[in-house]
Write a protein that binds this ligand. Structure first.
Ligand code: SF4
Length: 433
């Protein structure tokens, strides 16, 4: 629950040292209960953070300057140079897109005006979900529903702890729920071996079960579960190294559960045709709902990917991988994948935006590159133009959409720096074009 004072509302940096109820933009969960303190050295996460939050908020971003070909320039000169490159380009590629709702709105407007292509750096993972959603639909739930209702949580082949370090703390191991002050313990099932289970502990956790198959074979386990539920079980003694008896036992658990939730994070399903796993999980959930109840919960959505997909859908009608080259939105998730376009020599300018983490550097390319990035962003070589920009939720206010797509959260200006907003830079370029 956000609890702003006037001084802490978006756009107004807090005046006291202690800052409460901070929303964290450094992964798709957007936890909104962090506490920070600020002193002359910068921001410090004092409560409810995780290692990603500490790395994100406590980074020193002072001293970065706009550059042209590695030479420091003033901001107006850098904007002028970026504008000239975009004006000259016949097919600019707008990639990265690590930003908030306002940031992505400004990218869409500029791409529309300049006839460019729009694609997020994490689209490949997101498309493991989109392809299923677009073809067969699915039955999904939210973080809040999972937190309050799930009695069995099945983690499908992804290292949730690595991608979302507070998922188990905030969603799974919660002492009370909306429905009960003393809710029953939960069963947590891991399909796949080697997944970090270290945070699955505490009073709400009952049994922990592991079906230890190789991660690229989780789809076989999910398929075997579906076959059991349909009444057409496999006659094999084991599937992907997991005994058939364990698969049957899991099916019985699912049938007797009140609200089992299958959780996965698309970026973690990093093997060929991983969208088939998402499709198989989605089918399994639908089959369970014929007689019982179940839902899916897709995580991921780091680096503002959910906001990018949502705003692109609102504004163009399509979820990213959209080209405005013809003067109207044109959608093709294969053709307008920026990594593929760069590899095939398509596009003559890369405009890269990464305002959250320095790890989201632009890909290697021979075409000129404009980077709007958080200071310290990984760059293989100086881009044609570099403009340091602030992080929404640390250096300026903003808004971001949570991974389950049902809420957008305000991000506060914590006064970390005076770095400009990416949306202001893109707005200035769009005006000047
Ligand atoms: S889990 Fe994600 S949103 Fe929550 S504090 Fe960590 S990085 Fe921030």
């Amino acid at each position: 629950m956000t609890n702003w004072t006037q001084a802490q509302a978006p756009g107004n940096p807090p005046k006291s040292n202690a800052i409460t109820d901070v929303a964290c933009p450094f992964c798709g969960l957007v936890c909104d209960d962090l506490e920070l303190a600020r002193d002359e050295k910068g921001l410090h996460v004092t409560k409810n953070g995780c290692e990603k939050a500490v790395a994100g908020f406590e980074r020193n971003v002072d001293g970065a300057k706009p550059q042209i070909e590695g030479r420091d320039v003033d901001l107006a000169t850098a904007i002028q140079a970026a504008t000239a490159l975009i004006r000259k380009s016949s097919l600019p590629l707008y990639g990265g897109l690590g930003t908030d709702v306002n940031g992505i709105r400004s990218v869409m407007a500029l791409a529309d005006k300049s006839g460019g292509v729009v694609d997020h750096a994490l689209s490949e993972g997101q498309y493991r979900n989109f392809r299923v959603l677009q073809t067969t639909g699915w039955i999904m739930t939210t973080l809040t529903e999972t937190r309050n209702r799930a009695d069995v949580i099945i983690v499908v082949g992804t290292d949730i702890q690595k991608l979302h370090p507070r998922f188990f703390e905030r969603i799974v191991n919660v002492e009370a729920s909306l429905l009960s002050e003393t809710p029953a313990k939960r069963t947590v099932i891991f399909i796949g071996k080697g997944l970090d289970q270290s945070a699955v502990k505490g009073p709400r956790i009952g049994e922990i079960v592991t079906l230890p198959c190789d991660l690229d074979r989780v789809g076989e386990i999910v398929g075997a579960l579906s076959a059991e539920i349909r009444g057409t079980p496999s006659s094999a003694d084991s599937v992907a190294g997991v005994p058939a008896a364990d698969i049957r036992a899991l099916v019985e658990r699912l049938k007797s559960a009140a609200y089992p939730v299958f959780v996965w994070a698309p970026p973690g399903l990093n093997f060929p045709n991983a969208d088939l796993v998402v499709s198989a999980v989605s089918d399994l959930v639908k089959e369970l709902n014929v007689k019982w109840r179940a839902a899916g919960l897709a995580l991921g959505g780091n680096e503002g990917a959910i906001s990018a997909g949502a705003v692109s859908s609102w504004q163009s009608g399509y979820p990213l991988r959209v080209s405005f080259a013809s003067g109207k939105p044109d959608y093709d998730f294969l053709r307008y994948a920026i990594p593929r376009m760069i590899a095939n020599g398509e596009g003559d300018l890369l405009v890269w935006l990464a305002s959250f983490t320095p790890d989201l550097g632009p890909p290697a390319t021979k075409i000129p590159t404009i980077v709007l990035g958080t200071p310290g962003i990984k760059l293989a070589s100086p881009p044609a133009v570099f403009i340091p920009v602030g992080t929404p939720g640390a250096d300026h206010g903003g808004r971001i959409i949570r991974v389950d797509n049902v809420v957008s959260l305000p991000l506060r200006d914590l006064g970390r720096s005076k770095l400009p907003k990416a949306s202001d830079i893109f707005g200035a370029i769009e005006l000047a074009l």
